[in-house]
Design a binder for this molecule. Sequence first.
Ligand code: SAM
Ligand code: DTB
Ligand code: SF4
Length: 360
Amino acid sequence: MSTVLEPRSKSMPPHVAPTAPAGVRSDWSRAEVDALFALPFMDLVFRAASVHRAHCDPNQVQVSTLLSIKTGACPEDCAYCPQSARYDTGLKAEKLMPLAEVVAKAKLAQASGATRFCMGAAWRAPKDKEIAQVAAMVREVKSLGLETCCTLGMLSKPQADALKDAGLDYYNHNLDTGASHYGDIITTRTYQDRLDTLAAVREAGMKVCCGGIVGMGETTAQRAELLHTLATMAVHPESVPVNELVAVPGTPLADAAKLDPFDFVRTIAVARILMPRAHVRLSAGRATMDDALQALCFLAGANSIFYGEKLLTTGNPDTAADQALFARLGIRAEGVFEERVETCAGHDDHPQAEPGHAAR
Ligand code: SAM
Ligand code: DTB
Ligand code: SF4
């Protein structure tokens, strides 16, 4: 069943939804978000699972594979990141990967079952020459039949346009934490810088992948602040990665207090309730999560993962373990560019939605 849309006003920019699909709101108050976080755990997970079922196929999970196409030596000071040149994490810096190597990795990812290929670079903001090089990668990866995603740092509008023209489907640019906590984590850019890039990505007509990291010493109120910012965007991000901090020795957050796993699940559950049609990704952190905790995340509304032995520079469960987990839980991997039947995406014309997908 598709959502009936109001005719689009000629004066409306292409990325603005004339009407949101039923049940999708961008007018959440902060008090409502705080109240969700304050619910008893069982009530919260039950509500999130109910929202998930109403909008998505609860037994279908999207699988993306990450590749670091340019590693380390980043000038930024993000306190969580092993790729910052400011911290001694033992990471070997690498220049931009040659095109043929990227395509070979994308083919391997596709052969193991990934439907989206995400290329990440440790840049503050790419130069135009680098955008041209990445655009060539996007064209090749897209021609394999994979969905494409990039995360390259801050973009200007012309750079976003160039990536869109090359066939880039998603741009990942995380807000990472609540605005009030941002200055404790990163000093080399502002929250507004992030919002500006997100606006450029939207205006270029790409889908937005934007989320954050849990476990960086933030309060529950600051988690609510981040999700409130995402859920009150005129159009929700189509993809919302929820990362658990991977505490890497040498980074300022190496000794951050271990997160209560239930607080991680709560964050997923609140994201699912606030953004019912988004793909909420159980992102970094799975390498140290057991199967039961991951199943709880899926129950609470997570419906996307990073798949493949490596994230950017740190480990991820191996593909055999993920295939076994999916089989034990009866989870199907979401197909790419297929007609979607009543799942998260809803109507193809709607900017809140992703292209049609159906279970394999
Ligand atoms: N340099 C670009 C940028 O910062 O936008 C793109 C790459 S950056 C590594 C992409 C995202 O990875 C960050 O925004 C952050 O959310 C996530 N990330 C990096 N290090 C992490 C860690 N140790 N634990 C969890 N997530 C991490
Ligand atoms: C996102 O939200 N998480 C991914 C992806 N987007 C780029 C990155 C996780 C990185 C974890 C640490 C590492 O492997 O370097
Ligand atoms: Fe650089 Fe991105 Fe890491 Fe920050 S998160 S240090 S911008 S690679």
